[in-house]
Design a protein around this ligand. Structure first.
Ligand code: AHR
Length: 311
């Protein structure tokens, strides 16, 4: 287990302070960094002792971290699952130990919803849908080579992760309303900048007439920009780019015209998470699902808000 951030020593429940064990996905993207910062800052201001671990995008590390939090008898466990499947056994162990679990950011596919108290995070299907709807509205402009078809390549997030599955689904549903738009290639870039760059390089080598990139996050879109520029093309003009997140680097590229549209995914979940944690530890009822409020940004809107963008 790769621990990072606050200390991981001692056990909970001694000094009356709530102790939370948080098993983070990793540090794969700008979004994730903002999410980690938000959780650490909110724990501090709520007076919650945080035990934080970074799973480096590996499910086995997250399971190990959760088991260690159970052993340490923390008051509450929160985590953002790397992938959707394979959590039942460890969640049953937490339940048997009477430790409430809160899912943040990403969902699990467990049939037994009593294994966790609540799920706080975005509606990823809706995010993919907003991206696809923008493309449908802007299809004429997005047919960059004017051949009558809009040829989309997709940079997927981590295979098996809820945002990768759901954004692909929402996007596919939305573009199904326009038969001119189709996805010719789709491959994972693991939500990283480097992954996006490498996959885009291979797409550019193997696929003729790419009009649009749909990247499941800003970081992969930013990697794609590097590959497109290296191929002597102009991102945002020769190839349109749609991404998800709206972190500062993504918003900067949007405002510079290198990205065409961003669907926001809000990483600032810390305050809501601490509030839910206090409630579940006190045995209070909490909603099963808390959906984050989010918007979308065009190039003009990004320019307007960029100076005040915090992350
Ligand atoms: O789960 C949220 C996703 O994970 C963000 O869109 C992405 O940037 C991150 O890695």
């Amino acid at each position: 287990l790769a621990a990072c951030g606050s200390d991981d020593s001692g056990s909970g429940k001694d000094d009356g302070k709530i102790v939370m064990g948080f098993a983070q996905v990793g540090a794969e993207s700008g979004w994730r960094t903002a999410n980690t910062d938000s959780i650490k800052a909110s724990a501090k201001s709520a007076g919650i002792e945080l035990k934080f671990s970074d799973a480096q995008q590996k499910q086995e590390n997250q399971i190990q971290a959760i088991r260690s939090y159970i052993q340490q008898k923390v008051d509450v466990i929160a985590f953002s699952p790397v992938v959707e499947t394979g959590w039942d056994a460890v969640l049953q162990e937490a339940k048997a130990a009477n430790i409430p679990v809160i899912l943040t950011d990403r969902a699990v596919d467990s049939k037994d919803t009593s294994l966790y108290k609540t799920f706080l995070g975005s509606d990823f299907v809706e995010e993919g849908k907003k991206a696809g709807e923008w493309l449908v509205e802007n299809a004429a402009d997005a047919d960059v080579d004017g051949d009558g078809d809009v040829n989309v390549v997709q940079l997927e997030g981590t295979t098996g992760a809820a945002p990768a599955i759901d954004r692909a689904e929402g996007f596919a549903d939305a573009i199904a309303s326009d038969s001119k738009i189709s996805i010719s290639k789709s491959q994972t870039g693991d939500f990283t900048r480097d992954g996006g760059k490498q996959v885009m390089e291979s797409f550019l080598n193997s696929e003729k007439g790419i009009d649009v990139v749909f990247a499941h996050n800003d970081d992969m879109g930013l990697g794609a920009i590097e590959a497109i520029e290296a191929a002597g093309l102009e991102p945002g003009k020769d190839i349109k780019i749609i991404t998800v997140d709206a972190v500062k680097d993504g918003m900067t590229a949007l405002s510079e015209g290198k990205i065409n549209f961003i669907v926001e995914c809000n990483p600032l979940l810390g305050d809501q998470l601490m509030d839910l944690a206090e409630k579940v530890v006190a045995g209070e009822e909490v909603p099963e699902r808390v959906v984050t409020e989010e918007t979308t940004f065009t190039q003009e809107q990004a320019t307007e808000v960029l100076a005040d963008r915090k992350y």
